[in-house]
Design a protein around this ligand. Structure first.
Ligand code: AP5
Ligand code: MG
Length: 222
């Protein structure tokens, strides 16, 4: 099974995909995390992409599409994937479909995690990551046990630079301008499902699981 999680910056894609991937035994592939990792490793791709990420702009398709496709075609992805943050444009959706068809696979569900603008702003403003493994917290909604330290590896927590100021505003504008085309594309294929992402992490997870269970006819539980 291959699932897309579509949602605005701060909607909870990463938070939910991490849990769902464990429950459903699907690989979680997040385009933003891949860019971050490539930058940390100072690869040519990472350095090129970072210029766009810092400004809150989309990284060009000729960099983004091959990077994500490479991960989808790896052996660890053969049992299925949850894509988080990709596709974000109509062109990315079309190439993804064509490339999947080539390897006899397809997108099963495109789930739209819908969150109000006010909630997005407060999620982004309070989000912090750990320096070592990028574990995600929120100072109010998912606080670490010890202030400023990761529960899992003890490393210091930091705020993503593009979660504030002009870059954050740019990301929201681009999302609302571009992504309706992606929603429309999957809606025409009857693959689009909508989930209200405004409630607690656990209740959003339960709603997502119920969408997947409806589709598979099986009963995976939390
Ligand atoms: P990316 O990293 O994908 O950023 P994004 O799409 O803007 O999404 P976020 O990661 O900010 O939000 P999320 O939905 O994962 O929320 P999270 O779970 O962390 O992309 C970064 C950049 O890379 C882009 O700007 C672009 O430059 C580039 N890029 C990436 N993909 C690209 C593509 N396909 N094409 C071109 N360029 C691309 O949750 C947010 C916070 O809220 C956390 O603190 C969390 O603890 C909290 N939270 C989560 N759920 C809840 C809840 N239900 N209740 C309360 N708090 C919650
Ligand atoms: Mg994310």
């Amino acid at each position: 099974m291959n699932i897309l999680l579509i949602g605005a910056p701060g909607a909870g894609k990463g938070t939910q995909a991490e849990k769902l991937s464990q429950l459903l035994a699907l690989r979680h592939i997040a385009s933003g995390d891949l860019f971050h990792k490539a930058f940390e490793e100072q690869t040519e791709l990472g350095l090129k992409a970072q210029r766009y990420v810092d400004l809150g702009e989309l990284v060009p398709d000729e960099i983004t599409i091959p990077m994500v496709m490479l991960h989808i075609e790896e052996p660890e992805s053969m049992q299925g994937v949850i894509l988080d943050g990709f596709p974000r444009t109509l062109a990315q959706s079309q190439v993804l479909d064509a490339e999947l068809l080539r390897i006899n696979r397809q997108i099963d569900l495109a789930i739209h995690l819908k969150v109000s603008r006010e909630e997005l702003l407060s999620r982004l403003a309070g989000r912090v990551f750990c320096q070592v493994n990028q574990h995600v917290y929120h100072i109010k909604f998912r606080p670490p046990k010890v202030a400023d330290r990761c529960d899992l590896d003890g490393s210091k927590l930091y705020q993503r630079p593009d979660d504030a100021g002009e870059a954050m505003r740019r990301r929201l504008v681009i999302y609302f301008n571009q992504t309706f085309q992606v929603l429309d594309y999957y809606s025409r294929q009857n693959k689009l499902r909508e989930v209200d992402g405004n409630s607690s992490i656990d209740s959003v997870q339960a709603m997502l699981l119920s969408v997947v269970n409806d589709y598979t006819g099986r009963e995976t539980r939390v």
